[in-house]
Design a protein around this ligand. Structure first.
Ligand SMILES: Nc1ncnc2c1ncn2[C@@H]1O[C@H](COP(=O)(O)OP(=O)(O)OP(=O)(O)O)[C@@H](O)[C@H]1O
Ligand SMILES: [Mg+2]
Length: 429
């Protein structure tokens, strides 16, 4: 069945879109499953875009082969060998030639194979002919890396209207800087104010505080999932979740020391795949560690929020994290960051402006140091908004929740946070 793509829609309006190099703020592209893909390209530009797509985090499970030659080469290749799950065909040709090539391909193509066509023709009649032949997607050249990623992932994402599976990873640039507190408050705001079903996953198995912060003492949680990955299915995951509030559940850490927690790189793959398939928003409370699995979780997340304090070690670590993550995720938005515990009396601090300069990006929020407010919340097992609903810090968590779920563009929302920022900058300057 043909799914109408963004580009195909553009074709209907007779407009050509320039290739885009990043996902939009509210766009969520679910990763593709373990499938085989073969691309037959005619131009080096398209071959390069497919090559780059192969390294995208959303296509890591797929197996992609690229060769030059277009439809003719494809027909030749499959005369005597089985077809992969997906064939991508680029053609510089005119409409009749492309359609003729596709008809030939249909004779050698297994019925389950899906076909994506990349061409230069922007014409509704042609587009309808492609649909009739069962082509799954038509992209108009020139195509960018993210167009390829979007088209391939789109073939396998569920058709249900409900968007599921956005993963937001939150990590501190230094230990104890408030990353978990911020993760829990943002998740609470996502559930409470945006009414989006969310799960907080506490990945600090030995010392995690999500159970304390939400005033929960669940008997099981993330450890059961990670130590018995073979049992994971929807029913099993449902039993591991403890409900904290409307729309909010917790996958709690045991926070006991009877075991040690040395995990392999892919230890969390099974549980995260299961959560991604059923929960609209998963907030990962990532402990401040640099291991194979923490790195993998960050790279594979849809969005990342780093939490930094206003000192030199935080600045260095945040810079290293941003640089590393940007290099590993070239087709994604850059990691977001916020400053926390800003304005400790008598403490010399690095200003938000200096952070913005070093990280080439302003912080999403500057959260003041408020020991009374945060201490009360922590000791009572409450969220900031429960202690003081109208407090400006509670409002910041609501805005961060919007940005991290793609409800608001960062730029617009940042202006909401800016008065605070400029006040702090004035104070520091
Ligand atoms: N803006 C703030 N003002 C005052 N106290 C804060 C603020 N943010 C966090 N805290 C407090 O700082 C302490 C550490 O917070 P938290 O456990 O969230 O940090 P973390 O970065 O997750 O630490 P870890 O490295 O152990 O995972 C908590 O007691 C919390 O209440
Ligand atoms: Mg923590």
């Amino acid at each position: 069945m043909m799914k109408q793509s963004h580009q195909a829609a553009a074709a209907e309006n007779e407009t050509v879109r320039a290739p885009s190099d990043a996902v939009g703020p509210d766009e969520h592209i679910a990763p593709a499953p373990r499938v085989s893909i073969q691309a037959f390209c005619e131009t080096v530009e398209t071959a390069a875009a497919v090559q780059a797509a192969r390294d995208d985090r959303r296509l890591v499970k797929t197996h992609i082969k690229i060769q030059m030659g277009g439809a003719t080469a494809a027909v030749e290749a499959y005369r005597n060998s089985p077809t992969p799950n997906v064939i991508v065909i680029e053609s510089e040709n005119r409409a009749e030639e492309i359609l003729g090539g596709l008809d030939q391909l249909a004779e050698v193509c297994d019925s389950g194979t899906r076909v994506i066509v990349i061409g230069r023709i922007n014409d509704v009649t042609f587009y309808r002919e492609l649909t009739r032949r069962g082509v799954s997607e038509y992209l108009i050249a020139p195509v960018g890396t993210i167009d390829i990623v979007r088209a391939i992932c789109g073939l396998f994402s569920s058709s249900s209207a409900k968007p599921v599976g956005r993963i937001v990873a939150i990590l501190g640039a230094k230990g104890g800087i408030g990353a978990s507190t911020i993760a829990h408050n943002i998740a609470w705001a996502i559930a409470r104010d945006l009414a989006l079903d969310s799960v907080v996953t506490d990945l600090d198995l030995a010392f995690g505080t999500a159970g304390l912060d939400y005033n929960q003492d669940p008997p099981q949680g993330i450890a059961d999932a990670v130590f018995s990955p073979e049992r994971i299915d929807t029913a099993f995951v449902d039993r591991l979740l403890s409900k904290c509030a409307d729309h909010l559940s917790l996958l709690a850490a045991p926070a006991t020391l009877d075991r040690v927690y040395d995990f392999g790189v892919d230890a969390f793959d099974a549980i995260l795949d299961a959560l991604r398939n059923s929960i609209p928003c998963v907030v990962l409370d990532v402990p401040h560690q640099w291991t194979g699995w923490t790195k993998r979780l960050l790279i594979s997340a849809d969005d990342i929020l780093l939490v930094a304090g206003p000192d030199l070690a935080n600045l260095r670590n945040a810079k290293n994290l941003v640089d590393m993550l940007r290099a590993a995720r070239p087709n994604d938005r850059r990691p977001y960051y916020c400053l926390n515990q800003v304005g400790v009396p008598k403490r010399p601090e690095i200003t938000p402006a200096d952070f913005a300069k070093a990280l080439e990006d302003p912080p999403l929020a500057v959260i003041p140091f408020e020991p009374q407010l945060f201490g009360t919340a922590a000791n009572n097992g409450q969220m900031i908004a429960e202690v003081s609903a109208n407090h400006k810090t509670a409002e910041m968590f609501r805005q961060l929740a919007q940005i991290l779920t793609g409800r608001t563009e960062a730029k617009q929302s940042r202006s909401g946070l800016l008065p605070m920022l400029s006040k702090l900058m004035k104070r520091a300057g």
